[in-house]
Design a protein around this ligand. Structure first.
Ligand code: NAI
Length: 778
């Protein structure tokens, strides 16, 4: 027998992992669980069954939380928070290290329990889920240790409500709990109803680590419990799950002042160029779409393959698919396990059954009897608009289409409402690094896929949500500025009856696409000084003006590709030109506000422009060392089009403080001028016009903030909305932002002391981090 014959005829024998210890642990708990509140397991109440999806057998009965349970958990978390934060970073770090070590010590028990509960292959839970969960606690123990020295201006948010999905039960728990408690928060976490067991085992680890009571609370139940947490007295909601639930949570928390991060779905492209190492690219695909049965938010579920190699690639892929082993998740030789629940199996089956396009290939593999199994599937020859190219299937189903040129690959890759991850496969590093910045995604992997590490932030753009988990940037989601917030106090316009000082029409126009524009409404409003003198008129901007301004801003996308050096020069130039007209601006501000602070406001505005110019070429990204053959480049990218309602009380400084950092980072802005005192803003566009600011980069509207807020916040081409208005528009803005899940920054009383230079915070809000994993070193 030749070696080839041996390889070809070799059979894998079963290599089952024993479930005895995990099942014994369940029996020890009577297979019935309550919640974990204030350091104790509560008595089991009315509940539901948790089943093994590979066999259908009942593993345990879980308790559906009542409103009283959620209230108790929040109360316990609230009570514990002050003391926990006061322990200080190094004090908290000890507990995180202890948790990490205990997770390591009990890693096999966690892995087996996870596999029983979720259906994922034991190889994955043993080698990926559980080690990454440990790593998250070790990494964030370090963050707690460093918090005081590295984040001196940050403090905990308070109590965090955390709602997680079923695809990586313990890992998602670690992603949520580790950074939260490291930064001094306490948590109420709800695992997904299909997969709560490892969270309940984790509760025991918290007890073993001696974690103070109430720091971690776990309540179980379905989406209604998620809703209770969302509306509870918590300071933040962190959610991972479907885009539709994420949108509902955005609406439900609108105007509540709760911080929010959403990590939602995706339809991530997996792009293979004709010079790729095809065999590696195919192994990569196995990890991209058959890892965890494709139930991965960043799964490479959309294959885009260059035309010249498409046929060869697809036929090799099908051969590889036919070699995958589907079966008992506890068998160490298995590649593909069970889908999480019959409900999810139904979703996958009906989405695939409804598809009429392309050609389908189910892997020719032996399928297990019973259980929630679905064969690895490829549907090739789809066109970009076909539903299965757009909709997240969340199962082991790969869809594919071809492309000819790199430019077409970019277009197809970005042709989705999501923006979570993307994979590039090519031997040409120039091509890969040319493509990476063009992809709209929070994570890009080059010649690798589905790689994660606590040091590299993870999260998306567009309808994949906002906020990052992991890395330095992930900490922002669990901290706030220590500064004392300024209460919102409405600034009213002055009334008057005065006649104009001269008979000429003084109606200031708006500034859209580099041109002065009359308001579409045809209405204007008189602006009076404190003494009642008429200073001029401004147009009342409406929905149509917002649309025009956003269109102009969207059209100025080239600005995002200019260099920091160029943007700095233009900002200096704006500063110089403002300085040349300082007296005129100061007089205007004094006339509008009735104060004598105009000169100081102009001077500070010039300083803000210079600060933003200084940072334009220095607010750099980072390079993360990750424990996989490579590094992750954390690149700061502009958010896109930012709509901002500018401060009412500081007519020039408020506008400049928001505009300068935003454009320094390459964003384009639509600014609503101070509502009571808009004339400094309308004078300011004359400065912009003489300072080489390209048309569309800065657009200025005047009128009622309440009128302008809604169309700005609901416009699909606006990527972020900020409000420093003295009108409380947070509820309207946050609710309207749910449409395309844009980022919002509203009513932050710690950001509006305009005498303080807060350029760095504005720079942070002006950028989104893209982590690009590149091969590096051995
Ligand atoms: P889901 O988004 O409904 O569930 C995720 C978590 O949210 C669970 O803990 C659930 O109990 C909770 N939840 C449900 N409704 C809620 C509400 N109104 N308020 C607060 N919390 C709520 O996801 P589901 O139904 O399990 O899966 C449906 C689809 O969602 C999947 O087919 C997949 O496409 C997508 N999905 C995406 C995930 C991701 O990581 N991006 C994870 C899980 C699902």
């Amino acid at each position: 027998m030749t070696i080839k014959e041996i390889f070809d005829s070799m059979e894998y024998g079963p290599a089952p992992e024993s479930a005895a210890e995990a099942l014994a642990w369940l029996v020890d708990q009577d297979s019935r669980f309550g919640h974990f509140i204030n350091g104790e397991y509560t008595a089991p109440g009315n509940g539901f069954e948790s089943r093994n999806p590979a066999t259908g057998e009942v593993l345990a009965t879980l308790t559906q939380a009542t409103q009283a349970d959620v209230d108790d958990a929040v109360k316990a978390a609230r009570k514990a928070q002050g003391k926990w934060e006061a322990l200080g970073g190094p004090g908290r770090a000890k507990y995180l290290y202890a948790i990490a070590r205990l997770l390591q010590k009990h890693s096999r028990l966690f892995a087996v329990l996870e596999t029983l509960d979720n259906g994922k292959p034991i190889r994955e839970s043993r080698d990926i889920d559980i080690p990454l969960a440990q790593r998250h606690f070790y990494y964030h123990a370090g963050m707690a240790q460093l918090m005081e020295s590295e984040l001196p201006d940050a403090e905990a948010l308070g109590v965090c409500g955390q709602i997680i999905p079923w695809n990586f039960p313990l890992l998602m728990l670690a992603w949520k709990i580790a950074p939260a408690i490291a930064m001094g928060n306490t948590v109420v976490l709800k695992p997904a109803e299909y997969t709560s067991l490892t969270a309940l085992l984790f509760a025991d680890i918290c007890r073993q680590a001696g974690l103070p009571k109430g720091v971690v609370n776990i309540v179980t139940g379905d989406g209604t419990v998620g809703e209770m947490i969302t509306s509870a007295d918590v300071d933040k909601i962190a959610f991972t799950g479907s885009t539709s639930v994420g949108r509902r949570i955005r609406e439900a928390t609108a105007g509540s002042g709760k911080a929010l991060t959403l990590e939602l779905g995706g339809k991530s492209p997996y792009v293979v160029f004709d010079d790729a190492d095809i065999d590696s690219a195919i192994e990569g695909l196995v990890d991209a779409i058959w890892f965890n049965q494709g139930q991965v938010c960043c799964a490479g579920s959309r294959l885009l393959v260059q035309e010249g190699i498409a046929e060869r690639f697809h036929s090799k892929l099908k051969a590889r698919m036919n070699g995958l082993r589907v079966g008992s998740p506890l068998d160490k030789c298995i590649d593909v396990g069970a889908v999480v629940d019959p409900v999810q199996l139904d979703t996958i089956s009906s989405m695939v059954a409804a598809n009429r396009a392309g050609t389908m290939h189910h892997a020719q593999v032996e399928m297990p009897e019973g259980g929630c199994f679905y064969p690895p599937t490829l549907i090739e020859g789809l066109s970009p608009a076909d539903p299965l190219m757009q909709e997240e299937i969340f199962g082991p189903v790969l869809v594919s289409c071809t492309f000819r040129t790199p430019a077409e690959a970019v277009e197809l890759a970005n042709n989705t409402r999501y923006g979570l991850a993307a994979t590039l496969w090519t031997e040409n590093v120039n091509l890969a690094l040319d493509m990476a910045p063009k992809l709209v995604a929070g994570v890009v992997w080059i010649n690798g896929t589905n790689m994660f590490d606590a040091a590299a932030g993870f999260g998306g753009v567009r309808e994949s949500g906002f906020g990052r988990e992991g890395g330095w940037e992930g900490l922002a989601a669990y901290t706030r500025a220590k500064a004392k917030p300024k209460p919102l106090a409405k600034v009213e316009a002055f009334a008057g009856t005065g006649a104009p000082a001269d008979p000429l029409d003084r109606t200031a126009k708006m500034y859209i696409g580099g041109k002065q524009a009359r308001p579409d409404s045809g209405y204007s409003r008189a602006i009076y000084g404190k003494s009642g003198a008429l200073l001029g008129h401004v147009g009342l901007g409406s929905r149509k003006d917002v649309r025009n301004a956003v269109e102009a801003a969207a059209g100025a996308s080239k600005w995002s590709k200019t260099t920091g050096h160029l943007r700095a020069q233009i900002l200096y130039y704006i500063g110089e030109n403002l300085s040349a007209r300082a007296e005129e601006f100061a007089a205007r501000i004094d006339a509008m506000t009735g104060r004598k602070s105009g000169a100081a406001e102009v001077e500070t505005s010039i300083q803000r422009l210079f600060s933003a110019a200084a940072w334009a070429d220095k607010f750099d990204g980072r390079v993360h060392g990750v424990p996989i053959r490579g590094v992750a480049l954390a690149m700061k990218e502009p958010v896109g089009v930012i709509g901002a309602l500018c401060a009412d009380e500081a007519p020039l400084l408020g506008l400049v403080s928001a505009m300068a950092p935003a454009i320094a980072m390459g964003n384009r802005v639509v600014l609503a001028a101070s509502e009571p005192f808009p004339l400094a803003a309308t004078d300011f566009y004359q400065v912009l016009e003489t300072s080489d600011v390209p048309a569309g980069v800065v657009n200025i509207l005047t009128g009622s903030h309440a009128e302008l807020a809604k169309p700005l916040a609901s416009h699909l081409n606006v990527d972020a909305v900020w409000s420093f208005s003295s009108s409380d528009l947070s509820a309207a803005i946050e609710a309207a932002s749910a449409g395309n899940l844009k980022r919002t920054w509203v009513n932050d009383g710690t950001a509006t002391d305009w005498t303080q230079d807060q350029t760095k915070r504005f720079l942070q809000e002006s950028t989104e981090i893209k982590n690009i994993w590149v091969p590096y070193g051995e």
